[in-house]
Write a protein that binds this ligand. Structure first.
Ligand code: AHR
Length: 645
């Protein structure tokens, strides 16, 4: 739907977007925080399609496996030291039903498993309840090792088969069937991966994520970094590298076991494939059932972090740089930001003061160019020079609107900020009532998204101080979530985006490097920010988190842009509770340096003006007319297209 312009309202007429006194923006303002929660990793973006493939976690079992005319049980015939269990099969065979199903499409799948036995083996992709077979193959023994798969281990032989169904199948009630008796371990199935990486990301989910245009990845958490019961339960970087048979996995913090198939190398592949900046979280002596490590016992964990950093940054002459090369990556990766722990304001013992100081000192001593990020101010008398401070906000729509100006008066010489998690999670009036039923939002709504957009405009206005920010959490498998709401929703075969995703996309793809000055700005009901990117594109991001329809009108007094060509797009809905909206073109007028755009209710959108050549004033009118003509043509074409639909 298009919202047409109504009469120019007087408050907005005075607004001028100016390039006098701009401030610098951050090159990595919007990005992603990722931790394995709600099966975002295993059962999500990690490309493995089978569940419980290696019987990991605190309660190993045969869950997700079913015998086919066979007795199946968990056997202590170990594949490796890290993977002490295999599946014993006596009978025809077994199947694995995946993470709430398997999508069968006309693409190539790779099935792999380790086997000890003497049967002639067959693998097939089949429907669970009918007897339909979509693809079948005889697996072949693999004879060469690569960085991820070792051909033989403890008497087990690695087998591999390619499966190519002829057509896309509706429904997800399918399984990978393996026929044969004996012991099976690390039973795996991959479909197409993002950028064709072996052991890579599920292509459809990764593509949707890449499409919103994030600039950084904060990983591996958040809570899932921390562990639930003492240091041994933490995310251990060194157990997520090398061949899969050497990765024990762990009981994650969100009620299910993690394979750690998505490990340090895979995270860095992801970062390179999406052209992201790394924000690495390191474990800082604190687990969730608060067990801060005492000061005099901290040193081994500091050493562990330094080893991790050497693995990432060291050249091949170093111990851990050489190990990285052995695992397939000779070149060090890029790493500039290291976050020390997660949400340490929850550490009521205030051990953070000694823990942060100890980690920070050790990291800076060895890597003076790294920016460290603190996760609380509690217990720290002052932040060291250059350190950022990560703040998290899970609040109501109204809270986000009210905090549009939260950083307007933030001292410019104070600690720079990272808003490492934020989202509308409560209905208005229910702030912080975590336990109150009905107060928590299930899916992001358009009202929530427009409110986040207002807040994000405020962050961007202050992005000389607020250097980065990310919505959290980013991914949810709708069949197994522990947190709500989330940005991108998926199951075994579908990926859906939310209004909050559309806002992230609109805002992220219109990142600028200079934030323009807004003269005579009045905020409410509209909230906005303007930037220039690469000295050739001007963006005005506008949010309307109210139910009114409102015009945005501004004079553009920015050198080179006064006669450019403007276009606009955004989301809007008259129903604040809408949970799915498309980004549509918006009507925009740009004449005689005056920009006008009409916003519908619960809306967020971006006006883009492409720089025009500076022209003598006598010819300005005709250029302006040309610009107006082009905008009008675009609107007419859209209307025709809209009508045709
Ligand atoms: O994003 C979900 C959780 O919220 C994170 O794990 C934690 O950091 C925060 O409390």
């Amino acid at each position: 739907m298009l919202w047409s312009l109504s009469a120019v309202v007087s408050f907005a007429a005075a607004l001028t977007i100016s390039d006098i006194g701009t401030n610098e923006s951050s090159p990595i303002l919007n990005g992603i925080v990722f931790e394995d929660i709600s099966h975002s990793g295993d059962g999500g973006i990690y490309g493995e399609l089978l569940a419980n493939r290696a019987f990991q976690g605190d309660n190993p079992s045969t869950k997700n496996f079913t015998g086919v005319n066979a007795e199946i049980s968990l056997s202590k015939d170990a594949l490796s030291d890290a993977l002490p269990y295999s599946l014993q099969v006596n009978g025809e065979g077994f199947y694995n039903e995946g993470y709430w199903g398997i999508k069968v499409a006309a693409v190539e799948y790779t099935a792999r498993f380790y086997y000890k036995g003497s049967s002639t083996l067959i693998v097939a992709l089949k429907s669970l309840h009918g007897s339909e077979t979509f693809a079948e193959a005889t697996p072949q023994a693999v004879t060469t090792d690569n960085g991820v798969y070792i051909a033989r281990s403890n008497g087990f032989q690695l087998f591999e088969a390619k499966l190519k169904p002829e057509k896309d199948i509706d429904g997800l009630d399918n399984g990978l069937f393996v026929y044969g008796s004996g012991n099976f371990a690390l039973v795996s199935l991959f479909g197409p991966t993002y950028k064709d990486r072996p052991n890579g990301l599920r292509k459809d989910i990764a593509e949707v994520m890449a499409d919103f245009g994030p600039h950084f990845l904060r990983f591996p958490g958040a809570n899932n970094l921390e562990g639930e019961g003492g240091p041994e339960t933490r995310w251990k970087w060194n157990e997520t590298i090398g061949p899969l048979i050497d990765r024990p996995g762990r009981e994650g913090d969100w009620g299910y076991s993690n394979t750690d198939g998505l490990g340090l190398h895979e995270y860095f592949d992801w970062i390179e494939d999406m052209n992201l900046t790394t924000i690495l979280g390191v474990w800082a002596g604190y687990t969730l059932k608060p067990f801060p490590v005492p000061e005099d016992e901290l040193q081994p964990y500091i050493e562990d972090t330094l080893n991790e950093l050497e693995y990432i940054l060291g050249d091949v002459s170093t111990k851990y740089g050489a190990l990285r090369a052995k695992n397939g990556r000779e070149q060090p990766w890029n790493l500039q930001y290291v976050e020390i722990g997660n949400e340490d304001f929850l550490d009521y013992s205030l051990s953070y003061s000694y823990r942060f100081a100890a980690f920070d000192r050790a990291i800076k001593e060895k890597y003076p160019d790294i920016t460290t990020i603190a996760t609380t101010e509690v217990g720290i008398s002052h932040f060291p020079n250059g350190t950022w401070w990560d703040q998290h906000y899970y609040e109501t729509p109204q809270w986000f609107v009210d905090h549009f100006d939260a950083y307007d008066n933030y001292p410019r010489n104070a600690t720079k900020l990272f808003i490492g998690e934020y989202a509308v999670v409560f209905e208005d009036g229910h702030s912080n009532e975590w336990g109150v039923s009905g107060s928590r939002v299930r899916f992001p709504t358009v009202y929530g998204a427009a409110s986040e957009a207002a807040y994000m405009a405020g962050l961007e206005r202050n992005s000389d101080q607020v250097r980065a920010a990310c919505y959290a959490p980013v991914l949810e498998n709708v069949n197994g979530y522990q947190w709500r709401p989330n940005l991108i929703l998926f199951d075994a075969g579908n990926v859906n985006v939310t209004p909050s995703y559309q806002v992230q996309k609109l805002w992220s793809q219109s990142q600028g490097d200079q934030i323009l000055t807004l003269i005579n700005a009045n905020f409410g009901p509209l909230y906005f920010v303007a930037n220039v990117a690469n000295n050739d594109t001007l963006h005005v991001k506008i949010s309307n988190p109210s139910n009114s329809t409102t015009d945005f009108v501004a004079k553009v007094d920015v050198t080179g842009f006064g006669y450019g060509i403007a276009s606009a797009e955004g989301i809007s809905s008259s129903d604040p509770n809408t949970t799915a909206v498309d980004i549509l073109p918006w009507e925009v007028k740009f004449e005689n340096q005056t920009l006008s755009v009409g916003l519908g209710p619960y809306a967020a959108g971006v006006v883009t003006i492409k720089k025009s050549i500076e022209i003598p004033s006598t010819t300005k009118t005709s250029y302006a007319q040309l610009g107006a003509l082009a905008s009008a043509l675009a609107v007419v074409m859209f209307l025709l297209f809209d009508y045709a639909l």
